[in-house]
Design a protein around this ligand. Structure first.
Ligand code: SF4
Length: 313
């Protein structure tokens, strides 16, 4: 369960076919979700559907211990090559920077932020490790736990073929061996079928769909489209503030002068690699390749419904 429309429709089908007792529901908390999604996925849905939703979170405690030990050696004067071997890095640690980073490099308990502090930067389109670290791995661990307990697991995934070219050729059923298989029950559904399933079950969709968001996931997602980012900054500036704070913190614990930016190389058409989230938000308000401000961008009230799926109708 992500709190999005597709996983909710999938859950409705699962309950219909197998009953509440035959299903387990899992929410992978990235630590970068909108409060409306937490409320919806962990409050409204379990209450309305009468199910329990298990929450899994990635933990990086072991990696923090290793990174702290490495930095302590550099801060004590050991050369980087003695710590990391012959690998070449574009930006080098200094003794002082390593000592400063050590003061701040502690697990925060927020999976997304912890992952970025350890990686020394944010994920990007080309290095989209966030899905693997924050969602796939913790959910796989949960499933393996069930198999160890003697269950056979059929993993129901709410993906749809018309979402992207790479999903078009996915099979709807895969037996992966042992006691594990994957089922994608809504693979051939259109977006209107998904909302119809909500309506038929009397379940309201995540309210973010009525607020200009085409997909519900991280707030923001590194893959947010230009217009969506503009909408996020306009409606939820507190989340841009939070990302800006994360950029400052991640910069403070990574190699000196290395560019740290939430959207670096991440937003289509944006070529700056060292620009902060505020630069990218400014760019999101522009038209004509970033040269001109879109004068109508702020004209509609931020409380108006801007659903891409016509939910107001
Ligand atoms: S929603 Fe976006 S930022 Fe969040 S884990 Fe998925 S790809 Fe990464």
């Amino acid at each position: 369960m992500s709190g999005g429309k597709d996983s909710t429709a999938t859950a409705l089908l699962a309950i219909e076919l197998h009953g509440r007792e035959g299903c387990r529901f899992v929410f992978a908390d990235t630590g970068n979700e909108h409060e409306a999604t937490y409320e919806y996925a962990l409050g409204y849905l379990p209450q309305t559907l009468g199910v329990e939703i298990n929450v899994v979170r990635a933990s990086f405690d072991d990696e923090f211990a290793t990174k702290r030990a490495n930095l302590a050696r550099i801060a004590a004067g050991e050369p980087e090559s003695a710590v990391y071997g012959a690998r070449q890095f574009q930006y080098a640690w200094t003794q002082e920077a390593a000592a400063r980073a050590l003061e701040l490099l502690q697990p925060t308990g927020n999976p997304y932020l912890d992952m970025c502090m350890l990686k020394g930067g944010f994920p990007s389109r080309k290095r989209q490790y966030c899905t693997e670290y924050l969602k796939r791995n913790p959910i796989t661990e949960y499933q393996l736990g069930l198999i160890d307990d003697g269950y056979a697991v059929e993993s129901w995934q709410g993906v749809r073929a018309d979402e992207s070219a790479s999903r078009r050729w996915l099979p709807s059923y895969e037996h992966r061996g042992g006691f594990y298989s994957v089922y994608r029950p809504i693979l051939r559904w259109g977006v209107e079928d998904v909302f119809e399933a909500h309506a038929a079950a009397g379940i309201r969709p995540n309210p973010l769909y009525r607020q200009g968001m085409s997909r519900v996931g991280c707030m923001p997602c590194i893959n947010a489209a230009k217009a969506e980012l503009r909408e996020i900054a306009r409606r939820f500036p507190q989340h841009i503030e939070r990302i800006s704070e994360w950029e400052r913190l991640v910069s403070a614990v990574c190699r000196p002068r290395s560019p740290v930016s939430f959207f670096h190389l991440g937003t289509q058409g944006h070529s700056g690699t060292s620009s902060t989230v505020w630069h990218v938000v400014e760019w999101s308000k522009t038209t004509r390749g970033g040269r001109q401000y879109d004068l109508l961008a702020d004209a509609a009230s931020a409380t108006a419904c801007a659903s891409e799926y016509g939910l107001c109708e």
